[in-house]
Design a protein around this ligand. Structure first.
Ligand SMILES: C[S@@+](CC[C@H](N)C(=O)[O-])C[C@H]1O[C@@H](n2cnc3c(N)ncnc32)[C@H](O)[C@@H]1O
Ligand code: SF4
Ligand code: SF4
Length: 394
C-alpha cells in the first residue's frame, strides 16, 4: 500500500498547441521550447507503465488530460480509451478549437460517456481575448454541445488584474448554467513570466473582487484560497479523510497534496502551475507511486504544520493551506505564507468574519460534490449505512 493517496492526475501530455495564448504557462507559444519538448514527450507505453498503472496504487480515480492541446496528439483517442479501460474517469482540458461536434461524440464514445470537458474561460466578453487566443463564443458553443451530448463540463477561470472587474459576471454566467468551475491564479510559469508583474493579482484584488464572488457560489468551492472553512466541520463531514495533514473527501482550499501533476517530459509536481518550477522527479526514471512515496517535496507539501508566517499560525492552516504557488512565486519558498491572502490572524484562535458564510455554502457544495462523485459521506457507525441527507444537506 502506498504511503499517500491521491484522487487526480493532471497530465500535460504535449506542449504543442494550435493557439498562441500570450501568457501560456506551458510555453506552447514558444516554438523553440515546443520543438525541444516534442523529442522528449512520454510515449503511450511510458504513460501506461510508469504513470497510469502505478497511479492505481495511489487511489487515483480521475486522469485529467491537458497540454498544450492534448487533442493534437495522434494517439489522443487511444489514450482516452486506455484510461477508461484501466478503470479511470477522465477529463479533457482543451482550448476548444478541435472540439467539433463529431469530435465530442467520438470522445463520448471511446470513454463510454466517462469524460468531462474542461475549458478555459477567463471572461464572457471581449476581455477573454486579451488572455486567450480565441473568442469566448467558441467556448460557449462547446459547453452547449457538451450539455446536449450528456458530457460533463467544467470551467477554469485564470485570474489576474485583467479580469478582476468582470469576474463576478463570468461566474454568474457559469453558475446560471449549473457548471462547476475553479480559479487558476495567473503565474510566471513559461510565457506567464512576461506579464506576471503587471497582471498578477494582489491581496487587494483578491479581497475586493475575486473572493466575494468565490465564497458566495458553491460551484466554485472545488478549490480556492483563502478558504475559511471550519476545520471541525470538514473533519465531521469527511470522516477524517486526509493525506497526512491535507484534507480530502472533498479536497478543498489548496489542492497541493491531493493531486499529482506531470509535464510533457514526465516531471512530477504538486500543482499544474508549479510544473517546470518544482519537480519531485521524473516518471521515466521511477514509476509514479515509488517516486511520490520517496519525495521530499511531497513530504513537505502534505505536512501543513511546516507552513510558515501567517499560514503557519492560522486556524485555516488545515482547510485552506494558502496557495503554495503564490507563496513560491512571490517569495521563492513554497512553504512560506501566501502573500496574496488578506487574513491577518494573531494566532490559531482568530476566526475569520467569513467562516460562517463559508460553512453554509460549503454544505451546499457537498451536494454538488456528491453528485459529481468526488465526495462520499462517511458511513453511520451504528448502522454502517451512508446517510441520505443528514448534516450535509441542512
Ligand atoms: C495550459 S492550458 C492547457 C489546456 C488547453 N490547451 C487550454 O487552453 O485550456 C490549461 C489552463 O492553464 C491556464 N493557464 C495558462 N497559462 C497560465 C498561467 N501563466 N498561469 C495560470 N494559468 C495559466 C489556461 O488559462 C487554461 O485554463
Ligand atoms: S498551489 Fe494550491 S491553491 Fe494554488 S493553484 Fe495550486 S492547487 Fe490551487
Ligand atoms: S493565512 Fe494562510 S492558511 Fe490562513 S487563510 Fe490566509 S492563506 Fe489560508
Amino acid at each position: 500500500m502506498a504511503q499517500y493517496q491521491f484522487q487526480v492526475v493532471y497530465f500535460e501530455a504535449t506542449r504543442r498547441c494550435n493557439l498562441r495564448c500570450p501568457f501560456c504557462m506551458t510555453g506552447s507559444n514558444n516554438a523553440k521550447k515546443v520543438r525541444r519538448s516534442v523529442l522528449r514527450e512520454l510515449t503511450l507505453e511510458e504513460i501506461r507503465d510508469q504513470m497510469l498503472l502505478p497511479a492505481r496504487r495511489l487511489g487515483v480515480h480521475t486522469i485529467g488530460w491537458s497540454g498544450g492541446e492534448f487533442l493534437l496528439r495522434k494517439d489522443a483517442l487511444d489514450l482516452l480509451r486506455l484510461t477508461v479501460d484501466l478503470g479511470y474517469k477522465c477529463s479533457v482540458l482543451s482550448n476548444c478549437k478541435k472540439l467539433t461536434r463529431p469530435r465530442l461524440e467520438k470522445i463520448r464514445d471511446v470513454t463510454q460517456g466517462q469524460a468531462r470537458i474542461v475549458v478555459g474561460l477567463n471572461a464572457i466578453d471581449e476581455e477573454n481575448r486579451w488572455s486567450r487566443d480565441n473568442e469566448s463564443d467558441r467556448t460557449l458553443q462547446v459547453l452547449k454541445d457538451c450539455i446536449e451530448l450528456g458530457l460533463g463540463q467544467h470551467v477554469v477561470i485564470t485570474i489576474g488584474k485583467y479580469n478582476a472587474k468582470s469576474f463576478e459576471k463570468t461566474i454568474e454566467f457559469v453558475v446560471k448554467h449549473n457548471i462547476a468551475y475553479n480559479r487558476s491564479p495567473l503565474v510566471p510559469r513559461g510565457s506567464g513570466s512576461k506579464c506576471f508583474g503587471e497582471m498578477g493579482f494582489d491581496r487587494n484584488d483578491l479581497q475586493q473582487y475575486f473572493h466575494p464572488a468565490l465564497r458566495r457560489n458553491p460551484h466554485g468551492y472545488v478549490s480556492y484560497t483563502p478558504f475559511f472553512l471550519s476545520p471541525e466541520l470538514h473533519a465531521q463531514v469527511s470522516g477524517g479523510m486526509r493525506n497526512n495533514t491535507v484534507p480530502q473527501n472533498p479536497a478543498i482550499g489548496c489542492w497541493a497534496g491531493t493531486w499529482l501533476t506531470v509535464n510533457a517530459e514526465g516531471e512530477v509536481s504538486v500543482c499544474p502551475v508549479l510544473l517546470d518550477a518544482l519537480s519531485a522527479g521524473n516518471v521515466r526514471d521511477t514509476p509514479l507511486d515509488e517516486l511520490v512515496d520517496s519525495s521530499a517535496l511531497f513530504a513537505d507539501i502534505t505536512d501543513r504544520s511546516r507552513l510558515k508566517g501567517r499560514c503557519g499560525r492560522c486556524r485555516y492552516q488545515y482547510t485552506c493551506g494558502g496557495c503554495r504557488a503564490m507563496a513560491y512565486f512571490h517569495t521563492g519558498d513554497y512553504m512560506e505564507e501566501d502573500p496574496t491572502c488578506f487574513f491577518d490572524p494573531a494566532d490559531a484562535s482568530t476566526v475569520s468574519e467569513h467562516e460562517e458564510e463559508t460553512n453554509r455554502v460549503f454544505k451546499k457544495y457537498l451536494l454538488i460534490a456528491r453528485a459529481a462523485g468526488v465526495y462520499q459521506p462517511p458511513k453511520d457507525e451504528r448502522t454502517e449505512k451512508t446517510p441520505r441527507r443528514g448534516l450535509y444537506a441542512r
